[in-house]
Write a protein that binds this ligand. Sequence first.
Ligand SMILES: *Cc1c(COP(=O)(O)O)cnc(C)c1O
Length: 353
Amino acid sequence: MVEGLEEIFGRAWLTNSGPVHDRLEERLRHRLGVPHLSLLASGTAALQLGGQALGLRDEVVTTPFTFPATAQALAWMGITPVFVDVEPVHLTLDPERIEEVLTPRTTGILPVHVFGNVCRVDEIAAVARRHDLRVLYDAAHAFGVTACGAPVGNLGDASAFSFHATKVFHTLEGGALTYADESMGPVLRRLRNFGMEPGGDVELPGINAKLNEVQALVGLLVLDQVDQEIAHRRQLVACYRSLLAGLDGIRPLPEQPGVDHNGSYLPVIVDEAAGTDRSALLTHLASAGVHARPYFRQLCSHFPHFRDLPSAAPDRLPVAERAAARVACLPLHGAMSSRDVERVCSVINDVAG
Ligand SMILES: *Cc1c(COP(=O)(O)O)cnc(C)c1O
């Protein structure tokens, strides 16, 4: 780290697509198995610049069961999110409900690979094709995930990744957009730098969404460890799954056949059969020093500035509402051991059933 910093400051090239930035861009392109990738200041910026580059405007169909950034990015682009319920198994956008909400103003679909669970991408692609809509995936949870060997970053027209410090791969703060159409590259390079052409003239309504050299250096160092980190987390997930298998009412979301997951999250659904509810479970865990989180407790459709939208009505989003009241993410990070997982599960055993 120190050596890398000395190099950066010795060169006195601290940001604006420096050599470390470009090296990270290239290495991530290989790691994620995508033809095109642009580094950006955050996952939120990736959603916004991706949306702008794809021409999203007016109305975009999305899921309420996600981190706030997904819908907030749309609001900052002057786009109305149109919420569609999630499917009950993996809690991703329900493709069978999309066509009900389409209007002549709909320009795209913004599904989320929530908890790294891959969306029902073939059905989403079919709807998009039928109605000439762009598809921008929020892949913030899905670094390195593949479905039947295919990297998630190749799905849809573009995918937004977050490199926030809480994600499995990170640059402290940061993000990237991966995309299918090569001609988006020069557009994104301008959009992230105030819309300026290489010569300095402004041709597009850009903003500041650049990743600096020090963040890129952190990214290179974290990237060297990420495969080990993912492998370790996958072992912890397997351990959780086997220890929770016998429990009634506290059920991890099922694995997806053919999907190589990244061990980012371990979401469980706490339902009636547990003999307790989520809030009692979390309180009990906290009193034993175990910090699980009710993630996502607040749907995007609950936000004050969205809740009066027709698509935000709770009776139109029954599966998401149920999930928001019942899902918790159990502790999962690279510094944990399988002993830690055993301890968490034994505390859960005390309270459930
Ligand atoms: C973290 C996250 C984002 C936002 O990414 P930032 O890099 O923090 O801007 C967007 N969507 C989802 C689903 C996230 O978890």
